[in-house]
Design a protein around this ligand. Structure first.
Ligand code: 5GP
Length: 121
């Protein structure tokens, strides 16, 4: 599957769709999810063109992977959920229900997160 240059997050990276920048460096950009599922719900995306967690893990450079994880930590700190805790979710492939085909991590916090998976839905 080829990377789709017209996906929503590619447009956010190019500045064609607005997003509030919570964090940005040479490797990653973080912005609030438009449909938050928790008091803190931030999306973190790499600047490189990777479709999914699987694609990123297989093909991103060590610098890109390190940069991405450093960005995750920086966002947790900036959102004041480092101490209280948070959940990171990355989807890959059809069973995961990934909707946007540009790799992203959801960072969720600000409340007790409950069990790992919902039983339905
Ligand atoms: P996925 O299901 O692909 O892991 O999650 C994609 C996420 O992107 C969803 O939680 C959805 O609310 C969010 N999203 C979709 N379109 C936009 C948008 O235009 N702006 C922002 N900030 N988030 C979006």
């Amino acid at each position: 599957m080829a990377y789709d240059n017209d996906n929503i997050f590619a447009k956010i990276l190019r500045g064609e769709i607005p997003a509030q920048k919570i964090y940005e460096d040479e490797y990653a950009l973080a912005f609030p999810d438009i449909n938050p599922q928790a008091p803190v719900h931030v999306l973190i995306i790499p600047k490189g063109q990777y479709i999914s967690a699987a694609d990123f893990g297989a093909y991103a450079s060590p610098q890109e992977i390190t940069g991405f994880y450093r960005a995750l930590s920086a966002v947790a700190k900036k959102m004041n959920i480092e101490e209280s805790g948070y959940r990171i979710i990355c989807n890959a492939g059809p069973d995961s229900h990934q909707l946007v085909p540009h790799f992203h991590a959801h960072i969720l916090g600000g409340q007790k997160m409950g069990h790992l998976l919902a039983t339905t839905g």
